[in-house]
Ligand binder design. Structure first.
Ligand code: GDP
Length: 140
């Protein structure tokens, strides 16, 4: 498997509880390299655009309000099979279903406030990286 890049968000529930470093350590321990990182505050319009694929879901409003409730940390992670590896380290969407040792098992509060986002496929990874980072911010 080739070296890939994926997009990650440390969500408001985690930044609020000062867990940015602990979550970043989980990525690094799994062999993922943080090649870009910044702390930002999303606007409602940006949250709605980013999660547009979920616009028809009943939790869309709640999800967008949550994502703007505190700053987030957006990151690009790089490594062997990075997209799948990151999803593995994150754990299942609902922390009640997440495997031991995963970020969501250890840190998530609920299915909504679940500490991290990670891209689910190469196409979405490329789109999501481009949504938040310019070429100048992405060193090789
Ligand atoms: P992911 O790829 O594991 O993040 O999961 P999804 O793509 O299915 O959902 C995107 C995000 O929407 C999740 O990470 C949660 O933050 C949120 N979400 C998903 N299902 C629910 C739900 O039933 N209720 C609420 N409040 N949020 C949800």
């Amino acid at each position: 498997m080739a070296i890939q890049r994926t997009f990650s968000i440390i969500k408001p529930d985690a930044t609020k509880r000062n867990l940015t470093g602990k979550i970043a350590a989980k990525f690094e321990e799994a062999g993922l390299r943080i090649v870009a990182s910044k702390r930002i505050q999303l606007t409602l319009a940006q949250a709605q655009a980013f999660y547009g694929v979920h616009a028809e879901r009943p939790f869309f409003g709640e999800l967008c309000e949550f994502m703007i409730s505190e700053p987030i940390v957006v990151q690009v992670l790089e490594g062997e099979d990075a997209i799948a590896k990151n999803r593995e380290v994150m754990g299942a969407t609902n922390p009640a279903d997440a495997a031991d040792g995963t970020i969501r098992k250890e840190f998530a509060l609920s299915i909504g406030e679940n500490s991290v986002h990670g891209s689910d496929a190469p196409e979405t990874a490329a789109e999501e990286i481009a949504f938040f980072f310019s070429g100048l911010e992405l060193v090789g």
